[in-house]
Design a protein around this ligand. Structure first.
Ligand SMILES: O=C(O)CCC(=O)C(=O)O
Ligand SMILES: [Fe+2]
Length: 284
């Protein structure tokens, strides 16, 4: 559903640069409080993080252009028995969108396997850009890196939805994009707001539904969509993190005043289930 958007409200911007974020330091405590407040109030925030250089931003954007410019035949080679991973081409529901869910991208074997499949003649630049981008966020392995292309709609096209309304099934999502915006988030008050990162070193961090379950309802997982209004191609890269064990709140979050609100569930299995039953991700 396309909605008329006003922008009376902006997602909070939290600055992570130049701080000592060792657990227990005063910077760490104050930043943790800012993060908690933002997640409870609106389910996400813009992270300003100076350690991503314009060069790294440029190389991941170019890597995505190179990848999506490949013939469909090459991209379609990246398929798995589990549709959670792999290439998804444009569909009737989302004709502008193509995406690739890269499995375990910081694992050199996975990254090499993917690159060799796409470019049998080799493309070290792509592999290094993806590995470096991924490593700059995490060293762990319960992640998916989804690279997405939204082509610009032709003047005759009425469906300008890049990605339909949904909440994520990841625990958290970290989004980065080229200069073309289109992401909209619904606030707790039901208002749609345009979300445009203020610099190329910024990331949009969003809570997914499992985070709501883990926090026993304290953290809000915002529904969101992508609407393609202009005449430029949009590239975005989403780092999804998934819990490896059953998602349930820690004991301290449950007491008489705050009884258990959600049934514990397996994060990865649920995400696979929702991917298989396309389009039926949680919307509220
Ligand atoms: O492209 C974006 O900014 C958002 C994509 C998204 O919401 C998703 O793939 O779950
Ligand atoms: Fe999403």
């Amino acid at each position: 559903m396309v909605s008329n958007t006003k922008t009376p409200f902006k997602v909070p911007v939290i600055d992570f640069s130049g701080k000592d974020l060792t657990p227990g330091t005063s910077d760490w405590i104050s930043t943790s409080n800012e993060v908690r407040q933002a997640l409870e109030d609106c389910g996400g925030f813009e992270a300003a993080y100076g350690k991503v250089s314009p060069k790294l931003h440029g190389s991941i954007c170019h890597a995505m252009e190179d990848l999506f410019d490949l013939p469909t035949e090459n991209k379609s080679r990246y398929t798995f028995d589990t549709p959670f991973y792999g290439y998804t081409g444009p569909s009737a529901q989302a004709p502008l969108r193509e995406s690739v869910n890269i499995r375990d991208p910081s694992n050199p074997e996975e990254a090499k396997g993917f690159t060799d499949l796409m470019w049998p003649e080799g493309n070290e630049t792509f592999r290094f850009a993806v590995e470096k981008y991924h490593k700059s966020h995490v060293e762990a392995s319960t992640y998916i890196l989804r690279v997405i292309k939204y082509r610009d709609p032709q003047s005759s096209e009425t469906n300008i939805i890049g990605c339909g309304v949904h909440a994520d099934m990841s625990f958290t999502t970290i989004l980065h994009q080229n200069q073309v915006s289109g992401l909209q988030i619904k606030t707790k008050d039901g208002e749609w707001i345009d979300v445009a990162p203020s610099t190329s070193c910024s990331f949009i961090v969003m809570a997914g539904y499992p985070f709501t379950v883990w926090s026993n309802g304290r953290v809000h997982a915002p529904v969101h969509q992508v609407v393609m209004k202009g005449d430029k191609t949009r590239y975005s890269v989403a780092l999804f993190s998934y819990g490896t064990s059953v998602i349930q709140p820690p004991e301290e979050f449950i007491d008489e005043e705050h009884p258990l609100k959600y049934k514990p569930f397996d994060n990865i299995q649920s995400a696979i289930f929702f991917t298989k039953s396309k389009g039926s991700l949680p919307t509220e």
